[in-house]
Design a protein around this ligand. Sequence first.
Ligand code: FPP
Length: 224
Amino acid sequence: MHLSIIMDGNGRWAKAKGLNRTEGHKKGAQVVKEITTFCANNDKINYLSLYAFSTENWKRPKYEVEFLMKLLDNWLKNELDTYLKNEVKFEVIGDISKFSDKLQKRIEITREKTKNFTKLTQVLALNYGGRDEITRAVKKLCDNKEKISDENINKYLDTAIHNIPDVDLLIRTSGEIRVSNFLLWQIAYAEMFFTKTLWPDFTPQELEKIIEDFEKRERRYGGI
Ligand code: FPP
């Protein structure tokens, strides 16, 4: 199954502890590692997509944007071992052409070194927006003068380009009940879970409980 997570609440977690927001992102990155390792060793989960940086996140203060870029770069450098050890394939959706050459190169290296792994595909959404993704796909369709159809739009989405299926389960942490422009097309029939837990406090144990709950739900995809 494809599990998708909107990792929210890093800033609030840090604030509650009297820390700078960036400390929340640091702790958040550790949780990414724990959850990824858990998913790699859980046979039910084949895809884990994580909303790491949205097309709207550029509006944050410059120092925070720069911190997130640096954190990501360090993450890819230091955690390559985690990908290799757990046999996790790394993939990215979003328009990374706006990132520095250095970061783009780092992303490419991680992709290349992990491309043959099949235990789990971890998909980081970077400079990603659901509307932006659909708009880019429709532009390609028009440029190629192809017929406008559900199938044809789908095939040009970042997810389809990388063979990532629709979302089965979407989780958002931190108590906000909204989708915030994440995977708009791909969540058409996703089951959704909202937890009050802030992302830095999210644990594999809580994820396990949510998956149990998800398995009890009856999915009808519009049928009866
Ligand atoms: C939302 O919390 C989180 C983000 C915008 C960034 C997500 C980044 C991480 C979890 C860490 C880095 C990830 C990787 C893969 C290294 P927020 O800042 O919106 O929190 P708030 O709503 O409480 O302010």
